[in-house]
Design a protein around this ligand. Structure first.
Ligand code: ZN
Length: 313
């Protein structure tokens, strides 16, 4: 998977020309996280190999990290007022940290924790790696704090940022990072990775393994999405109220699916769908802040629905 990107990264390591900060971006479920971890492991590998050797003590610590439950890896620090706060995940490897959101955001205290980490000397490997995923979950304060670190990059430390939504990463961070785009997977790749051969699911996976697997488990959601965009007011009305009772994950999945469907319309040149697409993207951002999803979806269906979407449902 992602052979082109991996060949490129391999060359970087071989030629010892790895930028301080790299930003991996692309749709969710196209393998960015796995490649980022593998790349981090290679940067730390005592044999300096890509793919990493898998045998040295650095590689074994990294393998152990992957297997360990998150609660065992959570590292806590203190905020300015001395309260205990979640910082990042760290296993036995002294030179690797994995920064992930504390609930929905990566907060500024966490970046302060990163700062303390990066100015230490590497203890096992020749380098240190900070993996931040998803980088777009850093709030503006965190992004600015990270920018300060990137402006005076500490020696021997690499930052690997992973983003599903590069538009939410500050332009100043983007410009200081080496950008590497992960293209959507082909239907064939998804098929061989997941074993799913339902053409309908493959088609609506948007090139994402995660999406394909979720649709496979929850095929009904595809029908709901198509109903919403059907242009049939009655169906739209019924579905809008139904989804209000769903849990967060399923609501988020529906929004992502609507995004894929509307995005396709826009790419096909149906510009009139752009407004609905924007509303869906907005909805994803505000979903965990208590918006009334039924109203949003009803509106999206009204402005984004049309008769010709339905022939598949
Ligand atoms: Zn190794």
């Amino acid at each position: 998977m992602q052979r082109r990107v991996r060949t490129f990264l391999e060359r970087m390591i071989k030629q010892k020309r790895v930028p301080v900060s790299l930003l991996f971006y692309g749709k969710e479920g196209v393998g960015k996280g796995n490649v980022a971890f593998e790349f981090a492991k290679a940067l730390l590998c005592l044999n300096n190999l890509y793919p990493p050797c898998g045998n040295c003590s650095s590689c074994s610590h990294m393998d152990a990290f992957k297997k360990e439950p998150e609660e065992n890896l959570a590292y806590y620090g203190e905020d300015k007022r001395g309260r205990k706060v979640f910082m990042y995940l760290q296993g036995e490897h002294p030179d690797f940290i994995y920064v992930k959101p504390d609930r929905s955001e990566i907060k500024i205290d966490q970046i302060r924790g990163v700062k303390e980490f990066v100015y230490l000397r590497p203890a096992l490997s020749r380098k240190k790696v900070v993996l931040i995923e998803p980088a777009d979950s850093m709030n503006p304060f965190s992004q600015n704090a990270l920018l300060k670190v990137l402006e005076e990059p500490p020696e021997d430390t690499h930052f690997v940022l992973v983003s599903h939504n590069i538009d939410k990463v500050l332009p100043t961070i983007r410009s200081r990072s080496f950008l590497l785009e992960f293209p959507p997977l082909s239907l064939e790749e998804i098929k061989s990775l997941t074993g799913i051969d339902d053409p309908f699911i493959l088609e609506f996976s948007g090139g994402s393994v995660n999406m394909a697997l979720k649709l496979y488990e929850d095929r009904e959601i595809l029908e709901v999405a198509l109903d919403i965009l059907s242009g049939d007011i009655l169906r739209l009305y019924r579905r809008s109220f139904e989804i209000e009772k769903w849990d967060y994950d399923r609501q988020a999945l529906l929004l992502r699916l609507l995004e894929i469907l509307l995005h396709r319309k826009v790419i096909e040149g149906k510009e009139e769908h752009r407004q609905a697409l924007d509303r869906v993207v907005w909805g994803m951002e505000f979903l965990n802040r208590g918006i009334r999803l039924s109203i949003l979806i009803f509106y999206v269906g009204l402005i984004g629905g049309e008769k010709d979407v339905l022939h598949k449902g």
